[in-house]
Write a protein that binds this ligand. Structure first.
Ligand SMILES: [Cu+2]
Length: 229
């Protein structure tokens, strides 16, 4: 009886091992078939994202009253709006050779001094930008002469009514220039070839006698890099 029981225990152990091996084989088979069936799906998703006409969304927010340091005080700054939070604009990354829809939300209600060449929209689709909202125009205090009624599509803005610009230049060649009027939301679509670019606001909105100190020369404030890859 004892011997028989031992045999039974042995049989149970063997059975358990066989079941485990079979289950392992089945699991491996399932995993392998899962992998093989997933491979073409992943390729399709990759094709969809790279070949899609949906533009990459880049949202920049300009705020004022950002504490710079004790001697300069408060300065305006660009931020990148990402996952619902404001993040540094020191190093902005976008996909290369893909349409980028840029939205600039500008909370700065003041204008500044800027060269007239930066009043022109440059480097965007059709050389235009859309001003979606401009509280200075919509209020009785506005002097921008821009009629915003559900969005104004413009190729330039009045030079005396520019708060900031988002500009990329290669020497004197302006690759991208988005003039942003006070208290506005501006939208434009552009595309860049691969490279590491420097972006700069061309309105002297910083500190010092020329207004080119402080924020104007500090990455993450009114300048920074933009990497397209
Ligand atoms: Cu600026």
């Amino acid at each position: 009886m004892i011997k028989l029981q031992n045999k039974s225990v042995g049989n149970i152990i063997v059975t358990v091992i066989v079941v485990l091996i079979a289950a392992g084989g089945l699991a491996t088979g399932l995993f392998a078939s899962h992998l093989s069936s997933n491979t073409p799906v992943e390729q399709t998703q990759g094709n969809l994202s790279t070949g899609s006409s949906a533009p990459f969304q880049l949202v920049l927010v300009i705020t004022t009253n950002n504490f710079y340091n004790a001697s300069v005080g408060y300065q305006p700054a660009y931020f990148v709006l990402q996952n619902g939070t404001l993040q540094s604009s020191a190093n902005i990354t976008i996909p290369a050779n893909q349409k980028v829809e840029l939205t600039v939300i500008n909370y700065d209600n003041g204008n500044g001094t800027v060269s007239p060449i930066y009043a022109n929209v440059t480097g965007t689709i059709n050389g235009k930008e859309t001003i979606i909202n401009n509280t200075n125009v919509n209020s009785t205090n506005g002097n921008s002469q821009i009629n915003v009624n559900g969005g104004a599509v413009v190729s330039s803005v009045p030079v005396n009514n520019i708060a900031h610009t988002f500009t990329i230049q290669n020497g004197s060649n302006i690759i991208l220039n988005i003039p942003v009027v006070p208290s506005s939301v501006v939208q434009a679509t552009f595309e860049l070839s691969p490279g590491v670019y420097t972006w700069q606001c061309e309105v002297s909105c910083g500190s010092g006698p020329t207004g080119w100190g402080g924020a104007m020369e500090a990455p993450g404030w009114m300048t920074g890099t933009l990497t397209a890859d």
